[in-house]
Design a binder for this molecule. Structure first.
Ligand code: SF4
Length: 344
């Protein structure tokens, strides 16, 4: 039966998917994956931070929060020329999309022209543009769109009813409001969350429910596995069962059939076998870190070797007559400030 794009999922339906026998869940997810994508292709994303550390928020997972002693020092917003130089490198390495991220609660109005200048110059290189800057109001979203922004990353992080166990400096509704401003401005959305933060299966289902029942499914859904950083409140959390992580990927694939489901933070600590299970469960995008910008990186070589062993290949850049790339592109992409790596 063909999968249907729905925005009216019920909590019990998602929990029932999570509770399927593992082979049955993977079979169903793989079927949905095949309906919408070539399962042998994986989108490759990479990462650059334009403003790292010193964030006033209190996200319990994040080493960039100023209040935690994690050894991440606050940096100023990068100069536009330096960002453009990185974008040129990314393009030379095969990227077609470039994302600029800043560890802010939200940009100040005076920051918008600076980021807009970056967006315009990166766009002028022939790259698609993506940004993650924290919460936006409607006018800021429009200003970024007018500067040439294509995508905006803003994660829901976790389920609504677990949110205040993780973050106290903003509300879930703030996230939803920004996503609405982003959609209304005509930007594409990248939105996902983090697992392994001590949440229950019902919370994981709740996060996917919130994502799947947005007015439009996000174009990209990053699923992060907590990277525990000393000094953050979540350091020392119980490790999530790897099979539960695979279930998360599979349910994300089933309820958001056309989204790029991305293995993001935490992937470097996963075994090749676990990553292979995730690809089988419908993951079709990976997060490379800032590795497209360098050559001979051992982690990149490990990724390419894994692709080769599994018979996978990076999605080719596909540019249409209007010069726009399609979801299957290699793109440069960033989290909420590069250091935490949790939020892309
Ligand atoms: S995740 Fe983003 S908003 Fe939260 S503390 Fe880190 S940089 Fe700030």
């Amino acid at each position: 039966m063909a999968s249907v794009i729905r925005h009216d999922w019920h909590p019990e339906e998602l929990l029932a998917l999570f509770e399927l026998p593992f082979p049955e869940l993977l079979y169903r997810a793989a079927g949905v994956h095949r309906e919408h994508f070539d399962p042998t292709e994986v989108q490759v994303s990479t990462l650059l931070s334009v403003k790292t550390g010193g964030c006033p928020e209190d996200c319990a997972y994040c080493p960039q929060a100023q209040r935690y002693d994690t050894g991440v020092s606050a940096q100023k917003l990068m100069a536009t020329d330096d960002v453009v130089a990185k974008a040129r490198q990314a393009k030379a390495a095969g990227a077609s999309r470039f994302c600029m991220g800043a560890a802010w609660r939200s940009p100040k109005d005076r920051d918008i022209p600076k980021v807009a200048a970056m967006i315009r110059e990166v766009k002028a290189l022939g790259l698609e543009t993506c940004a993650t800057l924290g919460m936006l109001d409607g006018a800021q979203a429009v200003a970024l769109r007018e500067a040439g922004l294509d995508y905006y990353n803003h994660n829901l992080d976790t389920a609504p009813d677990y949110y205040d166990s993780i973050i106290h400096t903003r509300q879930y509704q703030d996230r939803l409001d920004t996503l609405e401003h982003v959609r209304e401005a005509g930007l594409k959305t990248c939105c996902g969350g983090i697992v392994g933060m001590g949440e229950t299966r019902a919370h994981r289902a709740g996060l996917l429910l919130a994502l799947a029942n947005l007015p439009g499914h996000p174009d990209s859904v990053p699923i992060n596995r907590l990277v525990q950083v000393a000094g953050t409140p979540l350091h020392g959390s119980a490790e999530l069962d790897p099979f539960e992580f695979v279930r998360m990927i599979a349910v994300a694939r089933i309820v958001m059939p056309r989204a790029m489901v991305r293995l993001s933070a935490g992937r470097e600590a996963m075994s090749d076998e676990l990553q292979a299970l995730c690809f089988l469960a419908g993951a079709n995008s990976i997060f490379y870190g800032e590795k497209l910008l360098t050559t001979g990186n051992p982690d990149t070589e490990r990724d390419l070797a894994l692709f080769s062993r599994l018979g996978l290949r990076p999605m080719a850049v596909q540019v249409d007559a209007a010069g726009h790339d399609h979801p299957g592109t290699v793109h440069a992409d960033i989290t909420c400030g590069a250091g935490c790596g949790q939020a892309a």
